[in-house]
Design a protein around this ligand. Structure first.
Ligand code: PGA
Length: 248
C-alpha cells in the first residue's frame, strides 16, 4: 500500500486533476493507493472516485477528538466520514511539533476515530537527538503505549501505524531500509507484548520520510515494511506514479 500525504497542498481542481491523471495511466503495480487529501477536496474526490469506479481510498490528515461541539475551526470524525474519508492520519509529527499535540490528545483521537469507524493511521517517530542518544526504541514504545491506550487488540489489528522518523520528514534524508525495518520490528514487538500476536500480525506498518522513486523498492523489500507514506514525492503525479511502479 502506498499513501499520498498531500499536507496543505492542492485545491479541489488540482486534486481532481491528479486523480484523473492517475486513473488514466496504466500503472503496473499491485499497490493499493491511499490518498490523504485536504478536507475541502474530500467530497469532490469521493464523487469522482464513485462515478469512475476508481480503486483509490480517501482519508483525512487530522481530526478533533470530540464528537461535536464548540471547537471553532476543528473537524469531527463524522464529518470526515460523511465527506468520503475511510482513514485519517493522527499524530503526524507536524501536528505534534507545530500544533503541540501530545500523546494523550492523540490517543483520544484514535479512540474517537475507531468509534466512528474511520481507520486511524497513528504516526510515530523519533527526533535526530533521540536517535543519536540511542532512544529510538524507547520513544516508539512510549508513543505506541500512550497513543493506543485503552484500545482493544482487535481494534489495534484493524489500524495502521506510520513510522516516520522526524529527521527524515521533508529533509531528503531517507532512513536506511534496514534501519527502518528494525524500527518496524520494534513496534511490532511492543504491539505483540501488549496486544497479542494476532494484533501484531494484522496491524499495517508504513514507513514515511523522504520516500523517493529511487528508495521505494528497497524499503518495500524489507519484511516488516507493509507500505509507504509519501509526502513531497506524492505532490506531482509523475513522481507518485514512479513510486507506484517501483512497488513490486
Ligand atoms: P516527506 O513527508 O515524504 O515529504 O518526507 C512524509 C510525511 O510527512 O508524511
Amino acid at each position: 500500500m502506498i499513501t499520498a500525504n498531500w499536507k496543505m497542498h492542492k485545491t479541489v481542481e488540482e486534486a481532481q486533476q491528479f486523480v484523473e491523471t492517475l486513473a488514466e495511466r496504466a500503472i503496473e503495480s499491485q499497490a493499493q493507493i491511499y490518498l490523504a487529501a485536504p478536507f475541502t477536496a474530500l467530497r469532490p474526490l469521493a464523487d469522482l472516485i464513485r462515478e469512475r469506479e476508481l480503486p483509490f481510498i480517501l482519508g483525512g490528515q487530522n481530526m478533533n477528538d470530540a464528537r461535536e461541539g464548540a471547537f471553532t475551526g476543528e473537524i469531527a470524525a463524522r464529518m470526515l466520514k460523511e465527506a468520503g474519508a475511510h482513514f485519517v492520519l493522527l499524530g503526524h509529527s507536524e501536528r505534534r511539533q507545530l500544533f503541540h499535540e501530545d500523546d494523550q490528545f492523540i490517543n483520544q483521537k484514535v479512540r474517537r476515530a475507531l468509534e466512528e469507524e474511520l481507520q486511524p493511521v497513528l504516526c510515530i517517530g523519533e527526533t535526530l537527538e533521540e536517535r543519536e542518544r540511542g532512544e529510538t526504541e524507547s520513544v516508539l514504545r512510549r508513543q505506541l503505549l500512550a497513543g493506543l491506550k485503552d484500545v482493544t487488540g482487535s481494534d489495534v489489528g484493524r489500524m495502521m501505524i506510520a513510522y516516520e522518523p522526524i529527521w527524515a520528514i521533508g529533509t531528503g534524508k531517507v532512513a536506511h531500509p534496514e534501519e527502518a525495518n528494525a524500527a518496524h520490528l520494534a513496534c511490532r514487538l511492543v504491539i505483540e507484548e501488549r496486544w497479542g500476536k494476532r494484533a501484531a500480525e494484522k496491524v499495517v506498518i508504513q514507513y514515511g520520510g523522504s520516500v523517493k522513486p529511487s528508495s521505494a523498492a528497497s524499503l518495500l523489500k524489507q519484511p516488516q515494511i507493509d507500505g509507504l507514506l509519501v509526502g513531497g514525492s506524492s505532490l506531482t503525479v509523475e513522481t507518485f506514479i514512479q513510486i507506484l511502479e517501483a512497488t513490486p
